[in-house]
Design a binder for this molecule. Sequence first.
Ligand code: ADP
Ligand code: MG
Length: 144
Amino acid sequence: MATERTLSIIKPDGLEKDLIGTIIERFEEADLQPVAMRMTRLSEREAEGFYEVHKGEPFFDELIEFMTRGPVIVMVLEGKNAIERNRMIMGATDPAEADEGTIRSDFANDVGENIVHGSDSPENAEKEIRYFFSDTDIYERNVE
Ligand code: ADP
Ligand code: MG
């Protein structure tokens, strides 16, 4: 299993529900280490750019409104097989279909407001990390 990096976002509903610590704890317990992190509030333009692939979907406007309604935490998680393992810890997009014990099953309201984002492929991880972070924002962990 290769060490990978993936982009994680705690969405506005995650902050509204005071889940920052709980969510990061789940990643740390799974040896997905944050190597970059910040709180930001997405502009409409930033949210639309980030979710460009969903432009034209019926839920697009609702998604942009949701993602811009309050601050988010954007972070880079690093670990073995990080992209797939983060998606496992998150659970399915629709919390009603998410496995028990996943973040979305435990905390999400519905398919739109589902607490977390996670990159779904190495290509998208690379692109999404670049969208928010430059090399100097990303730190080596476990070094003296
Ligand atoms: P995921 O976040 O699991 O990768 P998608 O990439 O399919 O899911 O969708 C991106 C985001 O768009 C979802 O996390 C969710 O916030 C929103 N979304 C997806 N499908 C719907 C839907 N049917 N209705 C409302 N919002 C949706
Ligand atoms: Mg997706």
